[in-house]
Design a protein around this ligand. Structure first.
Ligand code: AP5
Ligand code: MG
Ligand code: ZN
Length: 220
């Protein structure tokens, strides 16, 4: 099963991606997580990406596309994958399509998690993330079992630097101008499915599973 997750910042892509990846046994590939790991390790990629991310802007297409192609070329993606936060521009979407078709493959679904702007600020400012495994929490809507600690790996959870209000607004504007056009792009290819991301986390997951079907081995 080859899936891309679309949706504005704070829609719940990372939250749902963890559950989808477990249920359907496909790797969860988040470009945001890849960049953040490189930033924390201060690699050349991380140093370059940080300049853009801290301002709420996109990392340049060429850089991002190369990283995703490398990652999709790894063996664990043979059975499928779940892309979270990629593509984010029409150019990235075209590059993905070309890459897959060169391997005789195509996407199964572009899944949009639709959340209106009003919900987003509260979600972003209350978000805490695990710097080690990328898990996402919310102080009100999805707190960890032990305050301040990741449920999955025990690491202290932190607030993301780009979750301050002014940067969130910039990220939303970038989403509207550069990523929103992908909705029509995938609609025109008959690949778009939409779930409403305003319900509780487990209810959103249920809607996603209804769309993706019951095959847990990624053979769809
Ligand atoms: P990225 O890390 O992808 O950030 P994003 O797309 O802005 O999305 P978020 O991770 O902020 O939100 P999410 O949808 O994952 O929500 P979450 O599940 O955490 O990218 C960061 C930056 O990297 C970009 O700005 C860009 O600079 C760069 N970048 C990344 N990919 C790129 C690309 N392809 N090209 C160029 N640049 C790229 O949930 C949010 C909060 O809400 C959490 O606290 C969660 O617990 C809570 N929550 C989730 N679901 C619910 C629910 N149903 N009800 C209540 N609360 C909920
Ligand atoms: Mg995320
Ligand atoms: Zn963790």
């Amino acid at each position: 099963m080859r899936i891309v997750l679309l949706g504005p910042p704070g829609a719940g892509k990372g939250t749902q991606a963890k559950s989808i990846s477990n249920r359907y046994s496909i790797p969860h590939i988040s470009t945001g997580d890849i960049f953040r790991k490189n930033i924390s390790e201060q690699t050349p990629l991380g140093i370059e990406a940080k300049k853009h991310i801290d301002k709420g802007h996109l990392v340049p297409d060429d850089l991002t596309i190369d990283i995703v192609k490398d990652r999709l070329s790894q063996r664990d993606c043979d059975k499928g994958f779940l892309l979270d936060g990629f593509p984010r521009t029409v150019r990235q979407a075209e590059a993905l399509e070309e890459f897959l078709s060169s391997k005789g493959k195509k996407l199964n679904t572009a899944l949009l998690i639709d959340v209106p702007r009003d919900f987003i600020l509260e979600r972003m400012t209350g978000r805490r993330v695990c710097p080690a495994c990328g898990a996402s929490y919310h102080i009100k809507f999805n707190p960890p079992a032990i305050e301040g600690r990741c449920d999955l790996c025990g690491t202290d959870i932190i607030q993301r630097k780009d979750d301050k209000e002014s940067t969130v607004k910039e990220r939303l504007d970038v989403y509207d101008s550069q990523t929103q056009p992908l909705i029509d792009y995938y609609k025109s290819k008959d690949l778009l499915s939409v779930v409403y991301g305003t319900k509780a986390i487990n209810e959103v997951f249920e809607s996603i599973c209804n769309i993706l079907g019951s095959d847990r081995n990624g053979n769809n």
